[in-house]
Design a protein around this ligand. Structure first.
Ligand code: SAH
Ligand code: SF4
Ligand code: F3S
Length: 481
């Protein structure tokens, strides 16, 4: 019996998953007959852009498996794609799980699944098994491509299914994805991270750095362009080290130049750039490639060379400032954004002043500021000189004020100019208005209707509002960038 069933299951990927999508479809049809309604799924994303892109792949698989997408947790299959970069990300997931438990009491047939970075932590999986026994399926970051097979298991079994891998096998290509926006998409160029910044859990939950084959990346971008995508965001934890471990090594700058040639794509972004690996070759590529947005997210983390060393960041304050200067010399209108951590173990007031100094010198367009969060298993978690909470909070507030004041001043610099805007949606608050983004990622609201969504149109920025603009549509000109 066992052999009869398993013999026709393909061993090769992605064939095996397409086989399971078909098996799921049959199963879903039967359940629909039993329950008298269409089976709905809902995927909630808790993490970064990479997490969000994974969710698009998960949604693509679930649609192919015969389920319909619902609007919220009142669904037959709820999947949480989790994040564990800071403790508050974890707490959010546990909070939501409480809500799911009450829903499941009302609808016992509901299936609850958890995946993503948090599930790569053995202690989390243990806790869920012990205290959240109503969860039906747990998987990690390395086997999301297996969702159809796992879903089939989950639909046909009563007990909790757990499948978390320590490391990734091969990158599985050619699986479906369902984009959140028809006109823009993330594209993974690499997975994992080798940097082991001492505060960061990502290398532990995402595994070692693996670059995708450039041919696969370009083929995906061409397909996206044919499907109406105008803007892509190349995704990796450290895109500047792209291609180093390929059989035929290739730099990120080279990849960027090739992506720039893809017809139909009008805007290219990328995320994230580690300052230690940002080459002059990349700065030149950014300058030369017409479609690459003049926006660079360049995480600082700390302005103190002493702290940067303990963070294992491999650059000093001076090197960072010099890098920013070289970038601005080549691309004067570049918008610089950053990430900063406050309260890293051993951070003194002097160290913090160094961070403020960099913030004042660079004048970031915006900055994400984080309170240091101790992550089990990282080098910094074992450091004894943790900064008292009250001191961290006070520094955090000072930094936030500084960052916000500068951002508000910087944001206004393009007022009264005409800029290309990619229109994303109708404005919720103001009827007759649409909202879109500038090349530097800032929002612009201007009069228009839904027919503009997905188009890049020239807009005169009439009023700067601190973190966004109000504008007015201009007549089309040749240069739509
Ligand atoms: N790979 C990216 C960042 C990924 S995590 C990079 O190197 O820039 C996103 C941001 O979360 C980091 O830039 C950092 O500022 C913040 N972060 C990571 N671990 C953290 C921790 N333990 N506590 C507080 N912030 C953290
Ligand atoms: Fe974390 Fe550093 Fe890797 Fe970014 S580069 S993901 S901060 S270890
Ligand atoms: Fe979070 Fe994982 Fe991204 S830990 S920030 S979702 S890589």
């Amino acid at each position: 019996m066992y052999n009869e069933i398993t013999l026709d299951i393909p061993m090769q990927e992605p064939k095996r998953q397409y086989y399971y999508m078909e098996k799921c479809r049959q199963c879903v049809r039967e359940l629909e007959k039993e329950r008298g309604h269409a089976l709905k799924f809902f995927v909630r994303t808790f993490g970064c852009q990479m997490n969000a892109r994974d969710s698009e792949k998960l949604r693509g698989i679930l649609l192919q498996a015969g389920l319909e997408e619902g609007m919220d947790e009142e669904a037959d299959f709820v999947l949480y794609n989790t994040c564990t970069v800071r403790d508050n990300a974890n707490q959010k997931v546990y909070g939501h799980l409480g809500y799911l438990q009450t829903l499941k009491k009302k609808h016992p047939a509901m299936k609850i699944a958890l995946c993503g970075c948090m599930m790569q932590e053995p202690a989390v999986v243990e806790k869920i098994k012990k205290s959240y026994g109503f969860v039906d399926l747990i998987f990690g970051t390395h086997n999301i491509y297996k969702l159809a097979e796992l879903l089939y298991c989950c639909l046909t079994e009563k007990k909790m299914v757990v499948d978390v891998w320590d490391c990734a096998e091969n990158v599985v290509e050619d699986l479906p994805a369902m984009r959140k926006y028809p006109f823009k998409s993330g594209v993974n160029i690499m997975y994992g991270c080798n940097n082991f910044c001492s505060y960061c859990i990502v290398p532990y939950v995402r595994g070692r750095e693996r670059s995708r084959d450039p041919k696969e990346i370009l083929a995906e971008i061409r397909r996206l362009a044919l499907d109406g995508v105008k803007e892509i965001m190349l995704l990796g934890q450290n895109v500047n080290s792209y291609g180093k471990n390929l059989a035929k090594p290739m730099s990120f700058a080279e990849l960027l130049r090739q992506v720039n040639e893809v017809e139909g794509i009008e805007r290219i972004r990328f995320m994230t750039s580690h300052p230690k690996d940002l080459s002059d070759e990349l700065i030149a590529a950014m300058r030369d490639c017409k479609k690459v947005c003049h926006h660079l997210h360049l995480p600082l983390q700390s302005g103190s060379s002493r702290i940067l060393k303990v963070m294992n960041r491999h650059y000093t304050k001076e090197q960072y400032l010099d890098l920013a200067e070289r970038i601005r010399a080549e691309i004067p209108d570049i918008s610089l954004t950053t990430d900063i951590i406050v309260g890293f173990p051993g951070e003194t007031e002097e160290d913090f002043q160094e961070t403020l100094d960099v913030v004042r010198k660079i004048r970031y367009d915006s900055a994400f500021t984080f309170i240091y969060s101790k992550r089990t298993g990282t080098a910094a978690a074992a450091m004894e000189n943790q900064v008292p909470e009250a001191v961290v909070k006070e520094r955090f507030d000072r930094l936030l004020r500084e960052v916000q004041q500068i951002a508000a001043e910087v944001c206004g610099r393009d007022v009264n100019t005409v800029q290309p805007v990619l229109v994303e949606c109708e404005n919720d608050h103001q009827p007759g208005f649409v909202s879109g983004r500038l090349g530097n990622n800032l929002l612009v609201h201007f009069p228009g209707d839904a027919s503009l969504i997905g188009n890049i149109v020239p807009v005169k920025l009439t009023e700067a509002k601190g973190f966004y603009y109000i504008g007015k549509r201009e007549k089309e000109t040749e240069d739509g960038r």
